[in-house]
Each structure stands twice: as structure tokens, then as C-alpha cells.
Design a protein. Structure first.
Length: 326
């Protein structure tokens, strides 16, 4: 599969073949790679948490000037429902520009088991022009020029925002008060419990970390990484991460980040991934949803952005046409 947008900037999936000769060739010998050209700037349109089941919503008309639309979840209960709504709301106006949906917790609140929902939504999205990413990646850009690799994962919370030693207490409280448990399912008739979220978090975090390593190695002059999680990365490629859940307490408003009552609730909204954004191979940008207020800040070497809709708070900073240049 290949994702395309009109010239001058084309879009291609990260697993698309890389030419074996010519300007974009990736030599087998370490250290023999040609120097990358200047990075191509990408205009990323992002919005999340529209919850069209609670309030009517339409996308802006005309659409903003963008190269790719990235949606970190929160459209509606039901992943297939969210895919269909997004396709209908766009109405083909995106043309050949990529649209990426990363499922958030809201997408699983219809009770369909997570695995079954993904099995149905991924091919449905492909048929409707929506790329559904679950611990996966797509590459934006012309194969002959530096591109932007989008890493997508729900990144369920690990409940360890206040330390691993407090995670057990946070999960215990969540078992009776976390609304996801009552409405989502890990298997037919089996609730999606906090320990399920913690396990899914570990898998997603490992994918993100390993994929960032692969991008850093593949895009630089380091030669080849043996058996990387991502392949066919071009010289000069950069990485962007899109997750439903926030990667840091800093992404939350003060009343939620440091609550006076029910201190464990903050662990339901974010995880501590600052080391990923401070270390080698950090992504250029991290886009997330599932928070009550918009944010735009820098953590380590990474810009962190959210643009959630809240029908009950018109002052939360939401902008339906929000684009960022990366």
C-alpha cells in the first residue's frame, strides 16, 4: 500500500520498497550511505476527542492547508464507527493526502473486544482511505527525499505515573472507578481491566522505543541495524509519534496533574515517557489526545502537541483547523 498526496510532496508507507539503485539507494555496507538532503517540512493537521456521540460536529470547510491529518482517537464509541464518521466528515476533500487514526479509549467503549475491533477497522479504514495505526508506522514523503515516519499507538496508561511502587494502588482504585473497565472488553464478555491496559502499554512503549531506534539508525550514517522493527528507512528521515494517551504529566492541566483529592486518578490519563523524548533517537514531535485542554510544549528534544475538543469548555484551546509544521 502507498499513501500519496499531490506534488510536490508524495507520501509512501514505511514498508514500501526502497529502490536498490539511484539517489535513494541504501548501500549494504555500513558508513557508505550518501548524505541526506535537507528535511522536507510537513504540515500536520491534528484534532482529537470530538466525541460525536455526545455533540454534533463537522470538520472545517474549507479544510486547512495540510499534508496529513493525524487523529489520536476520541471520535466515538466503536472503532469502525469512528472510521466511518471520519471518512464521511471528510467527504473525500482530503484528496490523496493521508489520514491516520490512532484508536483512543473512546473507540473501544462499545464493548467489542479490542482485537476484534482492530481486525474489522483496519481493512475498513483502508477501503475508506483512513489508515488505522495500532503499534504500527507509515512514512510520509517522497522515497527520494527525507521523509517523516509516523509511529502510532494507543499507549494505554501503565498506572505508574507516580512510580512503579504506587501502580498497584492506582490499578486497584481503577478497577472500580475507571469507566473504561465497565464498557470496554479484552475478549467476548471479559472486561478490559487495568492490568490489560498496563500490559498493552508495555507492548506499545517497546514498539515506540524500538521503532525510534530503527529510525535513528536507518536515517543516519550508522549502516544497518540487524533485524529492525521498521525497514526501508531513508537517509534523513525523522520520526513523529501519535498516541491517544499523553506521554507526560506535563501535558495535563494543573488541576488534573496534581489533584488534591483522588491522587491516583492522574495515573489514568498519562504515563512518564520523558526519557524517550530526552534520549537518543527522540521524535521530532509527539501528538496525543485524551486530555481536557490543548497543549503545545517541549519536553527534552521533542515538541508535544494536543488539540482536544471539549463541548463543555469552549476555552480549552481547541482549534478545528490546527496545523503544525514539522
Amino acid at each position: 500500500m502507498t499513501l500519496h498526496v499531490p506534488d510536490p510532496v508524495a507520501r509512501a508507507e514505511v514498508h514500501a520498497p526502497v529502490p536498490t539503485e539511484g539517489p535513494s539507494a541504501v548501500p549494504a555496507a555500513p558508513g557508505a550511505r550518501s548524505a541526506p538532503s535537507e528535511p522536507v517540512p510537513f504540515r500536520l493537521w491534528t484534532l482529537s476527542d470530538l466525541r460525536v456521540d455526545r455533540a454534533p460536529h463537522v470538520l472545517p470547510d474549507p479544510l486547512p492547508d495540510f499534508d496529513a491529518l493525524l487523529v489520536p482517537g476520541g471520535i466515538a464509541p466503536g472503532l469502525c464507527r469512528s472510521v466511518r464518521w471520519l471518512a464521511d466528515a471528510l467527504g473525500g476533500r482530503q484528496g490523496r493526502r493521508p489520514v491516520v487514526l490512532v484508536p483512543g479509549p473512546a473507540e473501544y467503549l462499545d464493548g467489542e473486544p479490542v482485537g476484534e475491533a482492530l481486525a474489522e477497522a483496519v481493512p475498513l479504514g483502508a477501503a475508506l482511505g483512513i489508515t488505522v495505526l495500532h503499534d504500527g508506522a507509515v512514512r510520509l514523503g517522497d522515497p527520494l527525499r527525507p521523509g517523516l515516519i509516523i509511529l502510532g499507538a494507543t499507549l494505554w496508561t501503565d498506572f505508574a505515573l507516580d512510580g512503579v511502587e504506587n501502580a498497584r494502588t492506582a490499578r486497584a482504585h481503577a478497577r472500580s472507578r475507571w469507566t473504561v473497565t465497565d464498557r470496554a472488553a479484552s475478549a467476548p464478555g471479559v472486561p478490559f481491566c487495568p492490568h490489560d491496559a498496563a500490559g498493552a502499554h508495555a507492548r506499545s512503549r517497546a514498539f515506540i522505543e524500538d521503532a525510534l531506534n530503527a529510525v535513528a539508525v536507518g536515517a543516519g550514517s550508522y549502516g544497518h541495524m540487524p533485524n529492525p522493527v521498521l525497514r526501508d528507512i531513508g537517509p534523513g528521515d525523522r520520526a513523529a509519534v501519535v498516541t491517544a494517551f499523553a506521554p507526560s504529566r506535563s501535558c495535563l492541566p494543573p488541576t488534573l496533574a496534581r489533584p488534591v483529592l483522588d491522587p491516583w486518578r492522574v495515573c489514568w490519563h498519562a504515563s512518564a515517557l520523558e526519557p524517550v523524548m530526552e534520549g537518543w533517537g527522540a521524535p521530532a514531535v509527539w501528538i496525543h489526545g485524551n486530555v481536557p485542554q490543548a497543549c503545545d510544549l517541549r519536553l527534552g528534544r521533542t515538541r508535544v502537541v494536543s488539540n482536544p475538543y471539549d463541548p463543555d469548555d469552549p476555552t480549552n484551546g481547541f482549534d478545528a483547523s490546527r496545523t503544525i509544521l514539522v
